[in-house]
Design a protein around this ligand. Sequence first.
Ligand code: TYM
Length: 333
Amino acid sequence: MENEVKKKRVLSAVQSSGTPTLGNYLGAFKNWKNMSEEFDCAFAVADLHAITVRQEPAKFRANTLGMYAFLLAIGIDPQKSPLFIQSHVHQHAELSWVLNCYTQFGELSRMTQFKDKAASHADNVNLGLFAYPTLMAADILLYNAELVPVGDDQRQHLELARNIAERFNGVYGDVFTVPEAYIAKAGARIKSLQEPTKKMSKSDPNINSFILLDDAPDVIVRKFKRAVTDSEACVCYGEGKDGVNNLIDIYSCCTGKTRDEIALEFEGKGYGDFKMAVAEAVVEELRPIQERLAQYKSDKAYLEQCYRDGAQKASYVAERTLKKVMKKVGFVL
Ligand code: TYM
């Protein structure tokens, strides 16, 4: 219809490097689900990104399918929002090569995630790890995404994707939509439960530092009980209270309550009560996801039908963009 408002395009992805954490869920997936109701979304399981660190083949395959099942379980409707496996859409790898040639060595050297990962995998600082952000830019730019819902740790990569798009457009005209990061205030940086100045990450060697989306209720309760707080005994947001701030953020994301409402609710109560309340809120938030997960994981045929269909839909859009880029650059088509 002529006066129909065009929905904004949204794309995001998650690496298939294991079971997702509460950080992935609150920083990204929850927003994906909400945005999928309102926008024109596509989501990917970024398996090409995952091989920048060594993967054991059988486990890697299982992780990719497992992550796909998680995304269905959080409530993404694959009919409405194409949900695909990155390596099934070959245009991602092709565009990323082209973009590599429009990205400077110096820019990639400044990526903090590269520096961190290079330090933690010093025996395998491979070229893919270095070029990872151009592949991520390709993921986004192929779909002309206007909004990219991510956690705070991806902000720098998003900034680079914008710079690459602008640089390319500066040479060839308006080829790419310049994307914007969509970083929700609450949940953008969920911290480790053990070292709350660091982000929650499944690669943390201390398993008590993260909640996995398939952790059983008793495990969730135990991990929250052990969460690091402080000696102030005040459930309120404040400087130097990283542990408590983090728990308040988690509770706020799961219950929709504001920081002030939470402070009021726990006035005069100890951290023990607060931690139990946070744990229960997380258990309740994850319960329906875990129930659906079991169902999706066991239905291999349905999963395959969804990811094949998702790849077909994504390829259609990706191919159009890639062709345009190749033509502009001057390849013989
Ligand atoms: P990845 O796989 O590490 O994480 C997926 C999403 O989860 C967010 N996230 C967090 N948010 C809040 N607190 C945390 N502790 C936390 N940990 C992770 C991440 O910010 C991310 O949004 N490079 C990306 C994957 C990717 C991508 C893309 C994203 C590949 N292509 C295109 C957007 C668009 C990554 O490694 O995210």
